[in-house]
Write a protein that binds this ligand. Structure first.
Ligand code: TXA
Ligand code: MG
Length: 367
């Protein structure tokens, strides 16, 4: 059997992590060079032995991911860092002591043991110790560092449940370890500490404020190029070549997503106005609970679905819900999904980054 891109289907073994022996079976598949999707506290990862070029190559095939986008190497414990990176600076150990296990990826000089396919040919490697107990047990049992991107098809919305992984990758990977929904919901913060001062390449689960409490000179992420007025996005691959993995369009639902860059009442007002203007279209919205209730109370006829992100101001819950809510809206046969941002404090920065990229060219400033 082959699917639309000619991929020969294989059977994906689905294991519940709490079943006796499940982690050992998944670890044996990883150890043998297979592909195993597993839960982390951020999103599900698609794992392969990071010391095997052939195993890591399988990740790129399954995800249809370009080789210009490097993979994060996951360890069971910080003391294994010396196996995958070298010339580890004191700051890396300080950050590891404070934030590992947890959603922080450190970019460091690569050690010989990590093949070029994992680092996209570069001399640095991204490393993290995930906090999820299933991830740590799996990596420890496999006995190898595990390269793992998010377990979605390239550019699509990241998976925060086992069902999301199957929707994208069933028949393309050897095993899926189901450990329930992810608790953080947005990916790790990627911090380049080979740069001086260190710079965030991707905002994520560890906030800029928390990082600056350890190292005050850490720089926030570079501004993305302004969105195209035409709403088209042709620059993805070019941008990937300039800054690995930092595509302007990413995490995207299939449905058109229009994001207004304004928090709170101003954001809701922009969503409301856009819903009213989209007459004749099937409109969906992605909003905090109270704003969702306010929009529904106004009964705009063409708003057919409102996905809720949790209580207003609870950015941790917004993050946890974001990708699942986008997938729910994407399955509802809508013409357009409307959303807004949540400021840049704390997790607001990561939420803005994901919403902006998911919207591609449809990210609009509100004046
Ligand atoms: O939370 C996460 O980080 C999840 C879970 C599974 O750990 N993983 C994840 O992987 O989000 P992925 O491949 O979807 O995103 C990894 C990001 C990409 O933007 C990639 O470009 C960047 O990390 N990255 C990895 N290695 C890098 C390196 N050596 N230099 C610069 N960026 C790197
Ligand atoms: Mg990803």
């Amino acid at each position: 059997m082959a699917d639309s891109d000619g991929w020969a289907a294989r059977r994906t073994l689905v294991l519940r992590a709490e079943e006796p022996g499940a982690i050992e079976r998944a670890a044996a598949i990883l150890h043998g060079g297979g592909l195993v999707a597993f839960p982390t506290e951020t999103v599900y990862g698609l794992g392969a032995d990071a010391t095997s070029a052939a195993a890591a190559e399988g990740i790129f095939q399954a995800k249809q991911r370009p080789h210009s986008d490097p993979l994060i190497v996951h360890l069971a414990a910080a003391d294994e860092l010396g196996h995958v990176a070298h010339a580890v600076p004191a700051l890396a150990w300080q950050l590891a002591a404070r934030f590992w296990p947890g959603p922080l990826t450190l970019v460091l000089p690569r050690a010989e043991a990590i093949p070029a396919v994992v680092t996209a040919g570069g001399e640095t490697v991204g490393v993290r110790v995930p906090a999820h107990p299933v991830a740590r047990a799996l990596i420890a049992a496999a006995g190898v560092p595990v390269a793992a991107p998010s377990a979605n098809r390239f550019m699509h919305t990241s998976p925060t449940t086992a069902a999301h992984v199957l929707a994208d990758l069933d028949g393309r990977i050897d095993c899926l370890l189901d450990g329930g929904p992810c608790t953080v919901g947005v990916e790790s913060t990627v911090l380049d500490i080979t740069a001086s001062p260190p710079r965030i390449l991707r905002p994520g689960g560890v906030t800029l404020e928390a990082l600056r409490a350890v190292a005050p000179d850490i720089e926030g992420p570079l501004e993305l190029p302004p969105p195209r007025a035409s709403g088209e996005d042709r620059g993805g691959e070019q941008a990937a070549a300039r800054a690995p993995g930092q595509m302007p369009r990413h995490y995207a639902p299939h449905t058109r997503l229009l994001v207004f860059d304004a928090a709170g009442e101003r954001g809701l007002a922009a969503v409301r106005a856009a819903a009213a203007a989209a007459r004749g279209e099937r409109v969906g919205a992605l909003l905090p609970d109270e704003e969702a209730a306010a929009l529904e109370a106004a009964r705009p006829g063409n708003v057919v679905m409102v996905a809720r992100l949790g209580p207003v101001g609870d950015l941790a819950q917004h993050s946890r819900r974001l990708y699942a809510a986008l997938r729910e809206l994407d399955a509802a046969g809508l013409d357009v999904i409307l959303a807004h941002t949540f400021g840049r404090k704390g997790l607001g920065l990561a939420l803005e980054d994901r919403l902006r990229r998911a919207a591609g060219g449809h990210f609009q400033r509100v004046i």
